[in-house]
Design a protein around this ligand. Sequence first.
Ligand SMILES: [Fe+2]
Length: 125
Amino acid sequence: MKINKYEDISQIDRESKKDYIDRHSAFVHCEKSAKKEEKFKVKVKVGDEYQHPDVPDHFISWVQLWNGEKMLAQANFTEGALGGVSGNQEIDFYIIPQKNLKLTAQAFCTKHGLWQSNEVIVEVN
Ligand SMILES: [Fe+2]
């Protein structure tokens, strides 16, 4: 499956392309450091400045959290989870880190495929 990688939309001129990239991209939000073996919250939000539709043939159906090559968690959604209006899927994952993390998130749109976030490094000590 093709993986669409996030591009910095401030570098893109065309408004429709900025919207397309932003609304599909997963963003990892968390602290830059964590304590070993303590619960650590990682928020994943789909879209930042733009919102994605939530209609029967077009919605975000899952969001995954990865550490390097290992998938840690997945959240699934059905159409209507955002009330049928455009919005930003948002999930809080709680993980227990053992060593430094290289976190990425992936989001899957039923019409526009797979989208991957930038990597976020978390120092664990
Ligand atoms: Fe889409």
